[in-house]
Unconditional design. Structure first.
Length: 478
């Protein structure tokens, strides 16, 4: 094996070459210093022959010499490739034990395969992306939805409900399917599904997607079509092979993205704007009208759907973003909106399951006493009457309702909520957590020192009184 050239030897060769010594003279001078280099090697050094020398002269990284894999290494690479394809791959140390090679070798093989560690994060509908989202869904509408009768009434104790007040259920309702679509900018005209038509992939593509992509979306978005994302549920016509081929086709031709079946959010009324707003809105408006035929119902539906303003669309999509985050926060569990309070034109919805964790509740302290104890630390106006709120409400209400004026100001300052919008109880609790984190600079754990909290509140532009009230309430809630 030839002797490896030292870097200083190459430096001496280049220095002598710069002094106009020939390759033969350079070799003789180096022999006097007990450095044996062939004349051909000296010529290669002077003329910068070789990959590493060329890369070094160009200021690039020196290329590494790749070793050829033997049969044992090929089997290890194949096994590691299969193990790293799984949804939940084992740790590199576990892979090393399975394959029988060092962990560093596993790391090197994974890098050679062109793979890297990627976190399975949630794709959020964040920022201005909601403006370019189009959501569509189907629902059944009935002629009997018109001139609707409420299912509740008021009676005195012991009084019976009159027979003619009871809402009769008819098993032979005149029903029709309607497809609705909504964007972050405005609503799209309704699509009517004719009777005795099977809603398969062909009908869905020809009667819904083609008009949507070729007529309505270009009118709304113009040259921004490449930003548009279409959302629908996991109905068979939406996830079929034909629909997937059509989605790939319009992605290539127009840049419009249709969410693939594997990425469609879980089927739930909590996270579909047309479920928690659109169809309920239409059926509520329809119950106030007196249409007697399907033709009249269809006319009313179109008229009422056109009344949905762009501002209302923006508000609905903001609520959609919050719902998606709440579902992700609750690991896909159902979120509820059961109860509504209105204070100073700020509508706050919250569920019965959102209870304040008051520790004294199980130590013989009454609910009324706990409620009054909490109220003493809240910056309420003088004209606010505590008698308007029952003791159970103080226990169940989140922080926002107890201190609605100051808390909403703080939340609005951080851009967490705006006055006049609807928020859920789970959102209210998350807002409180965000306020605490941003004021106290905590990661969610640890003890909050009062002085640090007040200093952080002062840096955010809040008075000492507000900061002290927030700190006291936090002490009661934790």
């Amino acid at each position: 094996m030839p002797q490896k050239l030292q870097p200083e030897w190459e430096g001496r060769v280049l220095a002598l070459s710069d002094l106009n010594y020939s390759t033969r003279e350079v070799r003789k001078l180096l022999l006097t210093q007990n450095i044996v280099i062939s004349q051909k090697t000296i010529n290669n050094i002077v003329n910068c022959v070789g990959k590493r020398r060329r890369a070094k002269s160009a200021g690039q990284k020196s290329p590494t010499k790749r070793q050829r894999l033997n049969d044992a290494n090929r089997k290890a690479v194949k096994k590691i490739d299969l193990l790293t394809r799984k949804e939940n791959p084992p740790f590199q140390k576990q892979i090393a034990n399975i394959v029988g090679i060092p962990r560093t070798s596993v790391q090197r093989i994974i890098k050679r395969l062109g793979k890297r560690i990627a976190f399975k994060t949630t794709k959020y509908l964040a920022g201005d992306k909601a403006e370019y989202v189009v959501t569509l869904d189907e629902a059944m509408f009935y002629v009997q939805n018109c001139n609707g009768k409420r299912k509740v009434c008021y009676v005195k104790r012991g009084e019976k409900i009159p027979e003619n007040w009871v809402v009769q259920k008819d098993n032979f309702l005149k029903k029709h399917m309607v497809v609705a679509a909504m964007t972050g900018r405005e609503v799209i005209p309704l699509f009517q599904v004719p009777k005795k038509v099977k809603v398969n992939a062909d009908w869905y593509i020809d009667k819904v997607l083609r008009p949507l992509v070729n007529i309505h979306l270009p009118r709304i978005y113009g040259h921004e079509l490449h930003k548009v994302v279409i959302h629908h549920d996991k109905a068979s016509s939406h996830t079929s092979h034909k629909t997937a081929i059509y989605a790939a086709d319009i992605k290539r031709s127009k840049g419009i993205t249709i969410i693939p079946g594997s990425e469609i959010p879980v089927k739930s009324s909590d996270i579909s704007p047309l479920d928690f707003f659109g169809f309920g809105y239409l059926k509520q408006r329809l119950s106030r009208r007196r249409a007697r035929t399907w033709k009249g119902v269809w006319k009313v539906l179109n008229k009422e759907w056109k009344k949905v303003t762009p501002e209302l669309c923006t508000k609905v999509f903001k609520a959609w973003k919050r719902r998606l985050r709440l579902v992700a926060k609750s690991d896909g569990r159902h979120i509820e909106n059961n109860r509504t309070f209105i204070v100073e034109n700020v509508k706050v919805k919250f569920g019965f399951q959102m209870h304040l964790p008051v520790s004294g509740m199980h130590s013989g302290v009454s609910k009324l006493e706990l409620g009054l104890n909490v109220s003493h630390h809240l910056p309420l106006e003088e004209d606010t009457c505590l008698a308007n709120f029952q003791a159970r409400d103080w226990i169940r209400m989140p922080f926002q309702l107890n201190s609605i004026r100051e808390a909403m100001k703080i939340a609005a300052k951080f851009g967490l909520v705006t006055v006049g919008e609807t928020i859920t109880g789970a959102t209210a609790v998350l807002i409180l957590n965000d306020i605490v984190t941003k004021l106290a600079h905590l990661g969610g754990e640890g003890e909050v020192r009062m002085e640090d909290f007040l200093n952080a509140a002062a840096r955010c532009g809040f008075s000492r009184e507000v900061g002290l009230a927030l700190y006291n309430v936090m002490g009661l809630l934790t």
